[in-house]
Design a protein around this ligand. Structure first.
Ligand SMILES: [Zn+2]
Length: 166
């Protein structure tokens, strides 16, 4: 049993080193994209991954990266299964992940997805990650990627990305 627990911890440690191609400061674990790590009956390592946005081109890149890193560390055979049984939500993002986002200059998702409804609630007053003022204004519903909105702080005047709550 201990061996299996150690093995599982090792797998999660490796995954913690794999970052999201779009937000390199966040690992796939911070984002809550890893739904499970298991051994199947043939002793294949099976990593279940739910992409943050379905159809995201980053998914294939990530799958390859996970296989590559596990293989390089001798954790083989490894298989990455894309699990779409539940849609990824920002609720799965860890607190650690939200803190890292803020340090990176992106406002983390505010509140929980179920309270935001199915449509993204975009309001003024998202906390500025630079000066922590809540006097911010929505400039654009879409920023560098569809999952972010562009805000401008009315105090320090810095524009910033807000990671939308979904
Ligand atoms: Zn500011």
């Amino acid at each position: 049993m201990n061996l299996i627990r150690q093995f599982s911890d090792d797998c999660w440690d490796i995954l913690q080193q794999i970052s999201d191609p779009e937000i390199p400061v966040l690992s796939v674990v911070d984002l809550g994209m890893i739904r499970g790590v298991e051994l199947d009956q043939d002793n294949n390592i099976v990593v279940r991954l739910t992409p943050t946005y379905s159809g995201c081109p980053a998914t294939d890149v990530l799958k390859d990266e996970i296989v590559h890193v596990f293989t390089a560390k001798g954790f083989t055979p490894i298989q990455v299964v894309v699990d779409l049984s539940e849609a990824w939500t920002t609720d799965w993002m860890s607190q650690n992940g939200k803190d890292k986002l803020k340090q990176y200059g992106i406002a983390p998702p505010k509140g929980e997805a179920h309270s935001c409804g199915t449509h993204v609630a975009l309001t003024d007053g998202i906390e500025c990650p630079h000066c922590h003022s809540i006097h911010s204004k929505l400039l654009s519903e879409f920023s560098s990627t569809a999952c972010k909105a562009l805000y401008q702080c009315q105090d320090c005047l810095e524009p910033f990305d807000y990671f939308k709550c979904i």
